[in-house]
Design a protein around this ligand. Structure first.
Ligand SMILES: Nc1nc2c(ncn2[C@@H]2O[C@H](COP(=O)(O)OP(=O)(O)OP(=O)(O)O)[C@@H](O)[C@H]2O)c(=O)[nH]1
Length: 319
């Protein structure tokens, strides 16, 4: 049996990984039409599983690796899920897509895929890293270092959100480019031909470190994992939109990412999808909502933050 190609979609928080994943899934010819059978793994860092609710998974096999980081705390879950997929007699996927959380290091996921037990069963097709053209230059400190680490192992870099930047800003980004080995594409909303993203066998193995290295409890190898902090909040009460916007605009910059669903007063039977990425906030009506009518929000920060205060401020937004 041929090895199953695995594509890793990585990139910093909010860069547009889920958007790109959905774009890919919508373009893959469906299984029933004798197309590809794709298994999708998504990894959300926060306690609430927002991404899995956003992925269009119609006929695909969707697996959620929750509440932790795919490259460390949920690595064993990743291994177990990969084993399960490979053991399938029928329905073994033709391709696997892994969307890492925005705080994961894709090189560690590549190393997991290289464990001897997966030899001849899995092959890394490409590591794709999505870059947020709008927010990338504003990243600082450990956020910047992590975003750079993610880019440094990419075979394909997708410069996304070009609709939000001027030609000059984009040129500036490219003039300071540090990753000559990757194929680089520019786009908005991950809109790229499927052929540029899947089945390219683009992976350059030399780019990942620690080949065949399997950490165990005796291992001296230091995981230089970047620390991130998250908090989740759920409530059934509708929120006041103006108060909610003011709340988000007053958050400390270290709370870089927030996402989830909110219920707003005046439209109680609807649900709204909320995204905060760096300084940008969007709140959009969700069409054809099938889930529960309740607020579910996740906050992710590069520094510890006052969770009690955040909860109190959120509760003050309840109508
Ligand atoms: N204007 C604009 N917005 C975009 C584009 N791509 C994605 N977005 C928006 O950016 C926000 C984050 O997109 P996601 O696809 O959820 O980003 P992500 O990388 O999966 O986020 P995490 O998994 O939380 O790290 C959403 O509001 C998207 O609609 C783009 O090209 N242009």
């Amino acid at each position: 049996m041929a090895a199953v190609p695995v594509t890793i979609v990585s990139g910093f928080l909010g860069a547009g990984k889920t958007t790109l994943l959905n774009r890919i899934l919508n373009s893959v010819p469906s299984d029933k039409g004798k197309g590809l059978k794709v298994a999708v793994m998504v990894n959300d860092f926060g306690e609430l599983n927002i991404d899995s609710q956003l992925v269009v998974s119609a006929e695909q096999n969707m697996i959620s690796l929750e509440n932790g980081c795919i490259c460390c705390t949920v690595e064993s879950d990743l291994i177990a899920q990969l084993r399960k997929l490979l053991q399938l007699r029928e329905g073994r996927p033709d391709a696997i897509l892994i969307e890492t959380s925005g705080v994961s290091e894709p090189s560690k996921v590549v190393n997991t895929l290289r464990y001897p037990e997966f030899d001849n069963h899995l092959t890394v097709d490409a590591v794709i890293s999505v870059l947020d053209a709008d927010q990338f230059t504003n990243l600082e400190g450990s956020n910047k270092r992590l975003a750079m680490d993610q880019l440094s192992v990419a075979d394909v870099v997708v410069i996304n959100k070009v609709d939000l930047v001027s030609a000059e800003q984009l040129q500036n980004l490219k003039d300071n480019w540090l990753f000559p080995n990757a194929c680089v594409y520019e786009t908005s909303y991950g809109e790229l031909p499927l052929a540029l993203l899947l089945g390219q066998q683009a992976h350059h193995s030399a780019q990942s470190e620690h080949e065949h290295h399997h950490c165990d409890e005796r291992c001296q190898h230091q995981h230089q994992h970047h620390e991130f902090y998250s908090m989740s909040w759920q409530s059934e009460q509708p929120l006041k939109i103006q108060a909610l916007k003011a709340f988000f605009h007053s958050l400390p910059a270290s709370i870089y990412r927030a996402k989830g669903f909110v219920r707003l007063s005046g439209a109680e039977q609807q649900m709204f999808l909320l995204h905060k990425v760096g300084s940008r906030l969007s709140i959009d009506r969700q069409l054809n909502w099938q889930g529960e009518l309740k607020n579910q929000l996740v906050f992710i920060a590069g520094e510890p933050f006052d969770k009690k205060q955040l909860l109190a401020d959120l509760e003050a937004c309840v109508a």
